[in-house]
Unconditional design. Structure first.
Length: 202
């Protein structure tokens, strides 16, 4: 009887251990490293503060980019994803938030909002992620390409549109090196978008 009770306790303990995935340190082996985009530095945008308020919409993107995975292009027609690495949210959402913060930090606008925040909007900044990837060429490079439209929210007309593209070299072979290069490319693109947009949002 005691042997049966002992075995039952061992089985229950093992079941609990497996459910929590924490025994002997084996539960976290498959969890990927998680990264976010970093907008480096301040944007220098001298000029008069505008009374306009803008909405930063979520960028459109093909399914290969519309996920948490980090894209690596192995040939012009083939892509893979960076092993054991991911963004901290879907890439379009992460880019949207970083772009909104860059506009806010410029100090040039009366208000910067995301959908659902209830601002009285003058212009929408509508973006599309055309490319956001590491290209496994020689040398390896990171490419960020974003199409931008400044849309008058009151009459629906496009005030201006432009495509922004930045390429940076990848230094190193680690996941961190790949992400750092993407951060560098996207940071420059974001700075360029904000500087250019403020010419038309006034």
């Amino acid at each position: 009887m005691r042997a049966s009770v002992f075995m039952l306790r061992k089985i229950l303990a093992l079941t609990t251990c497996l459910a929590l995935s924490g025994c002997i340190g084996g539960g976290n082996a498959s969890i990927p490293d998680t990264f976010t985009l970093a907008h480096n530095g301040e944007i220098s945008t001298p000029g008069v503060r505008s009374r306009r308020q803008i909405l930063i919409t979520e960028p459109s993107a093909l399914k290969t980019l519309d996920s948490e995975q980090i894209l690596v292009r192995t040939s012009p027609s083939a892509v893979q994803y960076l092993s054991k690495a991911q963004w901290n949210d879907r890439l379009p959402k992460v880019f949207q938030v970083k772009l909104a913060r860059a506009f806010e930090n410029s100090g040039r606008l009366s208000g910067v909002g995301l959908p659902g925040e209830g601002l009285a909007i003058d212009y929408q900044v509508v973006t599309s992620l055309r490319s956001f990837e590491v290209v496994a060429s020689s040398p390896r490079v990171a490419v960020a390409e974003v199409s931008v439209k400044i849309l008058n929210d009151r009459n629906g007309t496009v005030r201006a549109q432009k495509v922004f593209r930045q390429i940076t070299n990848v230094v190193g072979n680690s996941n961190e090196a790949y992400v750092d290069s993407l951060n560098s490319a996207s940071s420059q693109v974001i700075s360029d978008i904000v500087t250019w947009s403020l010419k038309y949002v006034r």
